[in-house]
Design a binder for this molecule. Structure first.
Ligand SMILES: Nc1ncnc2c1ncn2[C@@H]1O[C@H](COP(=O)(O)OP(=O)(O)OP(=O)(O)O)[C@@H](O)[C@H]1O
Ligand SMILES: CC(=O)C(=O)O
Ligand SMILES: [K+]
Ligand SMILES: [Mg+2]
Length: 575
């Protein structure tokens, strides 16, 4: 009998009054109801496990009645459903990020995206107000708490980009060849013909007559014909459209002129502090050119944030490509921001650049997100183009950790459908890769320098090889901060990786990693009890069949004083 969380609570209040000690199945011996939810102590583990009153699980109260009780495994509702329906082999490996915007910001919209497989919600701080962002974050946290989802939150900084704030029209303006326009930073009322306002006072600093002004990476081009104070008169040399918030870049002798703007602006710092106070899981930094701002931000977060917030560097400039390795090394993950990247890098080079960034991230063991225009036509239309499907397939074939929707979810009418396209294409291509078993052929250079790190790494490499060779159904990793889960993911194993951790920050960060299903549980020093507890719980939820084979590794240490890994690989058949 399935029951709601409220009725579980009422039922417990009733029966607990009569039977202070209850005999339950799967090792649960006692259940008590408190203000924060239901808690139970397990006979086998003798450790107290808190269970949220609102998630769903099963245990039968012996001798009372058949009853579904909420044993919160800390596994999200979507993964749980999938596991029940399709088993281990049906788990999607590629993670999905959705940009939240006006088209998907109601509680109902967000729930639909969460059910559709959104692992991370991205908020672009370029748009909308702090209140709007706060409201969205609150809704996501509420859904996680009340409906058992596990959606991480990412904020994406605006960065110091120069763009159009007003061009006097609600949608686009057409610039005809030879027409002359004024670009200014001055505010004006209403609209002025042939006048475009830029967002940044110093936008024309250092710009000279003869320089080229490129709109949105080539949507239209102008030549600077006159300086009038800080304003620029420009003649259209390549006609095209001027969209709201179109990006402006200046070029001289085939090179981009940089206005020396900081990567993290004053506004960005304020947005980051907002993110800290709202409890976000990731900060994605726009227009990173070298490792410095990433190091600076990580320092800032380590002193200001009480939780561990992961820092992602967005690769979207030519300069960043020259410093790729140091940026990847310094950050906790990378976003291939193909939109702005295509402004500075010739479009035909973008696929190769994407592949190279993905390769480096894999080598250095950092998660990578492929972003922008994956299903761009779906902003307007309910079906993707064949070319878009091929692009998405390619990202999956490269085994990127995650793919991201931008306008498709933020402002499009078919966000949910776009998400389902990503899901289906991932499943299809992952199956193909699984059959090809490509990962065996990949050479993984050594990462660790210290002996314990190298041991963990070798254990994970061997564990994955073994899991693939033996046709293991699932990998279970018990991990403190997610390290070993991530080292396993780096090897892109065939079976899914169930990462059991008692650190919620690690859980939310693992949401971005290929093939990892993060699960929050209380872990003890006793590995045997951790293993039996988690397998019992997964079995009790009907998510694992008898006879399933599981490969087990762990980076937990009995004392946590040393970082030596739990140096063994176990293979267990579940009976
Ligand atoms: N919070 C929001 N409020 C209003 N519109 C939004 C919001 N977020 C996104 N959008 C709209 O969706 C479109 C795509 O969003 P996205 O954030 O991916 O833009 P982008 O230009 O790719 O990112 P970036 O500015 O980081 O380069 C934007 O052009 C904007 O119109
Ligand atoms: C996502 C982003 O910032 C870009 O593609 O430019
Ligand atoms: K941004
Ligand atoms: Mg960008």
């Amino acid at each position: 009998m399935a029951v709601s969380s409220d009725s579980i609570l009422r039922f417990h209040q009733k029966i607990f009054a009569k039977h202070p000690i209850l005999e339950l199945e799967n090792g649960v011996s006692r259940i008590a109801v408190g203000a924060g939810g239901v808690s139970c102590s397990t006979r086998k583990l003798r450790s107290k496990a808190r269970i949220g009153a609102k998630a769903v699980a099963e245990a039968r109260v012996k001798g009372l009645e058949s009853f579904e009780v909420n044993l919160d495994l800390g596994l999200d509702a979507v993964a749980e459903k999938k596991l029940r329906e399709k088993g281990f082999s049906g788990m999607r490996k590629t993670k999905l990020v959705c940009t939240i915007g006006p088209a998907c910001c109601s509680l109902e919209d967000l729930e639909r995206l969460a059910r559709g497989g959104m692992n991370v919600a991205r908020l672009n701080m370029c748009h909308n107000t702090k209140e709007w962002h706060r409201d969205v974050i609150k809704k996501i946290k509420r859904l996680n708490e009340e409906k058992g989802f596990c959606v991480s939150v990412m904020i994406d900084t605006e960065g110091s980009q120069i763009h159009v704030v007003d061009h006097g029209a609600p949608s686009s303006l057409k610039a005809e060849e030879g027409s002359v326009w004024v670009f200014t930073a001055q505010k004006f009322e209403g609209s002025l013909p042939f006048t475009i306002r830029a967002n940044y006072e110093g936008f024309s600093e250092g710009i000279m007559v003869g320089d080229e002004l490129i709109i949105d990476g080539g949507m239209a081009s102008f030549q600077v014909v006159e300086r009038m104070g800080n304003d620029l008169r420009c003649k259209c040399t390549d006609p095209g459209l001027l969209l709201p918030r179109a990006k402006l870049s200046f070029w001289r002798d085939g090179k981009l002129s940089h206005q020396g703007l900081p990567t993290i602006s004053e506004k960005d710092w304020a947005d980051i502090d907002f993110g800290i106070s709202e409890g976000v899981d990731f900060v994605a930094v726009s227009f990173v050119n070298d490792a410095e701002p990433i190091k600076h931000l990580k320092n800032h977060l380590s002193t200001k944030a009480s939780r561990s917030i992961r820092v992602l560097a967005k690769i979207e400039s030519l300069e960043s490509l020259r410093k790729l390795e140091e940026i990847v090394e310094a950050s906790d993950g990378i976003m291939v921001a193909r939109g702005d990247l295509g402004v500075e890098v010739p479009l035909e080079q973008i696929p190769a650049v994407q592949e190279e960034i993905t390769r480096i991230c894999r080598q250095l063991n950092k998660p990578v997100i492929i972003a922008s225009q994956l299903l761009e036509s779906m902003v307007e239309y309910p079906t993707p183009t064949r070319a878009e499907v091929a692009d998405v397939s390619e990202a999956v074939r490269q085994s990127a950790d995650a793919m991201m929707l931008s306008g498709e979810s933020a402002i499009g009418s078919y966000g949910e459908k776009a998400l389902s396209v990503l899901r289906m294409v991932s499943n299809r291509m992952e199956l193909q890769c699984h059959e090809e078993n490509r990962q065996n052929a990949l050479h993984q250079p050594c990462l660790g320098v210290s002996l314990p790190d190298r041991i963990s790494e070798e254990i994970c490499n061997s564990a994955v090889e073994m899991a693939n060779n033996l046709g293991i159904d699932a990998i279970f990793v018990y991990t403190k901060h997610g390290e070993m889960a991530s080292l396993l993911s780096r090897n892109r194993p065939n079976p899914p990786i169930f990462a059991f951790t008692d650190d919620n920050d690690a859980r939310m960060a693992l949401n971005l990693q290929w093939g990892v299903i993060p699960i929050l549980v209380d872990l003890s020093d006793d590995m045997e009890s951790n293993i039996s507890k988690t397998t019992d719980l997964i079995k009790s939820k009907g998510m694992m069949k008898d006879g399933s084979s599981v490969l087990i590794v762990s980076d937990l240490t009995p004392s946590c004083a040393t970082r030596t890994a739990f140096q063994s690989i176990q293979v267990k058949t579940i009976v």
